[in-house]
Design a protein around this ligand. Structure first.
Ligand code: NAD
Length: 323
């Protein structure tokens, strides 16, 4: 990876992946891109940026050629709840965008990282210790684009030799950029509400168990997979990865250990609850552990402590700036 283009770079993952990649590979070697322009003061605005709409093949091609990219981290996508609101656009962005990236990668000889999701599973998938290779019959447009994306990645590798690699991320928890409209967003929003209001109204039911991961582990996973020796990879695309599995009630209990007067209430959103109910409770990530040494650093306790510490520190900084 000498020159890296990141699509959808202004989102929840890109906002932290870009600085991590720039620190590792050098500022000028990592080109952020998005359909939106960065705001002033945005960390991403410090380095190279291209405006790229991934549904436009020419724009993807022009950015890869101009910047001489040899690797694309393809993050541009509509997330699960947004995709359910706008399924036609989700197909266009999620499938059309990936197809364009793979076509440009085929022509230019680029490697491609593509994040799939626990959304690639469905109600007929085994819910506990969900195996790496199993039934995938998702019932959401998001999930359908993720399964098709996993298969398309495999196809481009087998048919054209493109070095495609990917992970099935669980819900990601972070504090730098807001989440982009997924079903697991509650696990981020709850921390902001705990720090600001000591109260949170949760859109999922208290016993909804889902896999989750703290952002530092998610970044580490992406970079470690892309740097892994190709000959060790049996699965290549769509590795199950997870770090923890909890319910809203369990997360709230953990937050109470740090914020004793924190209270949670539940107003279930039927659309997001139905999506969550169709996803696994916990993934088996042994293939990722065996093939490229995956091992998460954060569990529920350490993630909660760090999230609260970081958010309190950010609030203190803002107050000092205002004073
Ligand atoms: N965040 C999670 O919890 C999570 C979990 C599993 C998988 N993923 C996957 O990781 C990837 C990135 O997720 P994220 O959370 O950073 O998403 P996000 O919604 O926060 O960011 C997506 C970015 O894509 C951009 N975008 C949208 N349409 C575009 C287009 N046509 N051209 C270029 N850019 C466009 C948006 O402006 C946004 O900045 C997605 O593929 C997502 O499905 C995320």
């Amino acid at each position: 990876m000498n020159r890296i283009l990141v699509t959808g770079a202004l989102g929840q993952i890109g906002s932290e992946l870009i600085p991590a990649l720039r620190e590792r590979y050098g500022e000028d070697s990592v080109i952020a891109s998005d359909v939106r322009m960065p705001q002033r003061g945005d960390v991403i605005a410090d380095g190279p940026f291209e405006r790229v709409d991934v549904t436009n093949l020419r724009q993807v091609q022009a950015a890869v050629e101009r910047r001489e990219a040899d690797t694309v981290f393809h993050l541009a996508s509509l997330l699960s709840a947004v995709a359910e609101e706008r399924p036609q656009i989700a197909w266009e962005v999620n499938m059309g965008g990936l197809y364009n990236v793979l076509e440009v990668a085929r022509a230019q000889g680029c490697a491609v990282f593509f994040p799939s999701s626990i959304g690639a599973f469905g109600p007929t998938t085994p819910r506990e210790r969900t195996p790496q290779d199993t039934v995938q019959r998702p019932t959401t447009m998001y999930g359908i684009t993720k399964v098709a994306g996993e298969l398309l990645g495999d196809y481009y590798h087998a048919r054209f030799g493109v070095d495609t690699r990917g992970l099935r991320y669980p819900g990601l928890i972070s504090y730098v950029a807001p989440p982009g409209g997924g079903t697991t967003d509650y696990a981020v929003d709850i921390f902001h509400s705990a720090v600001r209001h000591r109260r949170y109204i949760c859109f999922l039911a208290p016993d909804t168990r889902l896999d989750m991961m703290y952002m530092p582990d998610a970044l580490h996973a992406a970079i470690a997979l892309m740097e892994a020796p190709a000959e060790r990879l049996v699965h290549r695309n769509a590795f199950n990865v997870t770090a923890m599995s909890f319910t809203p009630a369990e997360l709230a209990r953990e937050i109470v250990r740090h914020v004793p007067d924190f209270e949670i209430e539940y107003e279930v959103d039927p659309v997001r609850q139905a999506i969550a109910d169709s996803w696994p409770d916990s993934l088996d990530d042994s293939a990722a552990r065996a093939e490229w040494g995956w091992s998460p650093q954060y569990d529920l306790e350490s993630m909660t402590a760090d999230m609260l510490e970081q958010l309190h520190a950010r609030r203190r900084l803002l107050r000092e700036k205002d004073a």
